[in-house]
Design a protein around this ligand. Structure first.
Ligand code: PLP
Length: 464
């Protein structure tokens, strides 16, 4: 018999210790993974420790090393040491963290952590909050409250009467939005057909004149969604101008700050978020820039009473605790994981100064990567990163745009195949580009040089 916890510790350490030398991208095909991990449902049990060994061996070839310093795809990172360790404790403690009576310690840790996050992000102290699985569910949570509030303002009780016969809710967004907003609108029965685009400028920033124009008609239930950094180039909407226009028209303002809300934690980048605290709700992620394990997102709502009215469960048998915040009153879930505990650990490991330093380091490395890659022969940076997101395109002399689109995808694919670094692609302003997203506490200058060298190698090979 082998102790499964000891085996898990061994494999976790081996994985983390190997990050610098292992290929950054997982290489196993779906079929290879099915062969290694699948087979019929076992008829009888097996030794727990041996199962952990087999799991690590089977899954290993299909793991992406996003926990390492050279993974720049999507917006993904690894986790701080204290956050990984705290997450292990969460599983071992196994507290059902929906209510104080059921999970006293983890409920209080969540209460403390929510307060720290409001302070860290400079959000209004009266805000309520929810720890969700990610930014997607943070959007759903915040927009469920928004739906409740704008309909209440129109004299409609959505909790009692549902959406049957309710006045339609208009959702104003820009083309630059993340598609999780569309999903949230769909899930909440507000209908994609009721989403309306506001015009944007060169970097995808929402234009105030068009917003004012769209809001100039008779008042009707409206939710405006703004970006605290879009995914491609990190553009922030001009909150200080746009939010007052929307508020004057009675609209609810929601901010997608999946990673961009973290700009607020650094004196060097805080100006990008000016006026963001005027909004009504904010969604962000813990598993992106705070470097805590999946899954973890957060929603914040200025009107705590509306949040409670829209979400609280209030079943008598649950006997809510009068002077304690029960997480289930602010979240969709009842039984749930103590998701705030790794966040608590990460905030204690870093402190306010450490979070700011993490944000600033990532932004600096993003600028070096984008300028270093952009200076390679055959490469062109499409932006100077304002935050931690950049775009680089690869072009051959005399080639058409379509050929260069294919060449760009080819460079990404070949770079990833080297195992030295890992990037994803995107379409921005109609052309293909390599995305450079830096959100890991592990990324350092050496990782940046090594990744630029990997792309340089791919480009010189492509020349011959
Ligand atoms: C990642 C991301 C989301 C979705 O977040 P999940 O945590 O994956 O649900 C939404 N908006 C933006 C801008 C993002 O970068």
């Amino acid at each position: 018999m082998t102790d499964p916890l000891d085996r898990a510790m061994h494999h976790a350490r081996a994985w983390l210790d190997g990050l610098d030398t292992a290929p950054v991208g997982g290489r196993a095909t779906a079929d290879a993974l099915r062969d290694a991990l699948g087979g019929p449902l076992p008829e009888t049990g097996a030794d727990a420790g041996e199962i952990i060994d087999a799991l690590a061996a089977g899954a290993g070839p299909g793991l992406h090393a996003n926990a390492g310093g050279r993974f720049f795809a999507w917006v993904m990172a690894g986790s701080l040491p204290s956050a990984v360790a705290a997450d292990w404790l969460v599983s071992a403690w196994d507290q059902n963290s929906g209510m104080f009576t059921v999970a006293p310690s983890t409920t209080i840790i969540e209460e403390i952590t929510g307060g720290w996050l409001k302070d860290l992000f400079g959000l209004p102290p009266e805000c309520s909050f929810a720890f969700t699985t990610g930014c997607q569910l943070a959007h759903v949570t915040a927009l469920a409250v928004a739906r409740h509030a704008v309909l209440e303002q129109a004299g409609w009780d959505v909790g009692r009467d549902g959406l049957y016969g309710a006045p339609p809710i208009r959702v104003l967004t820009s083309a630059n939005r993340h598609n999780t907003l569309d999903a949230a609108v769909r899930y909440l029965g507000m209908g994609e057909a009721h989403m309306e685009g506001v015009a944007t400028g060169e970097f995808g920033n929402m234009l105030a004149e068009d917003l004012a124009e769209k809001l100039s008609g008779p008042a009707r239930p409206t939710i405006l969604c703004l970006n605290a950094a879009d995914l491609n180039v990190g553009t922030f909407d001009d909150f200080a101008t746009l939010v007052p226009i929307a508020k004057a028209a009675g609209a609810w303002v929601h901010v997608d700050g999946a990673f961009g809300l973290f700009a607020r934690t650094s004196p060097a980048y805080r100006a990008l978020t000016e006026g963001i605290d005027l909004a009504d709700s904010w969604a962000t992620d813990g598993h992106k820039w705070l470097n805590v394990p999946y899954d973890c997102g957060m929603a914040f709502v200025r009107d705590a009473a509306a949040h409670h009215a829209a979400i609280a469960k209030g079943a008598a048998y649950l006997s809510p605790s009068p002077d304690v915040r029960d997480p289930s009153d602010w979240n969709f879930e009842l039984s749930r994981r103590a998701r705030a505990v790794p966040v608590y650990a990460a905030l204690r490991e870093l402190g306010r100064a450490g979070v700011a330093d993490l944000v600033e380091r990532c932004c600096r490395h993003c600028v070096s990567l984008v300028s270093g890659l952009g200076a390679l022969p055959g490469a062109r940076a499409l932006n100077v990163p304002v935050l931690n997101q950049g775009l680089v395109r690869f072009e051959r002399a005399g080639a058409t745009d379509t050929e260069n689109d294919a060449f760009t995808d080819e460079v990404i694919r070949r770079t990833n195949a080297t195992g030295e670094a890992f990037f994803s692609g995107t379409t921005w302003n109609g052309v293909r580009a390599m995305r450079v997203s830096v959100v890991s506490w592990r990324t350092d200058q050496h990782d940046v040089s090594r990744s630029i060298a990997a792309v340089a190698g791919v480009l010189s090979e492509a020349e011959t």
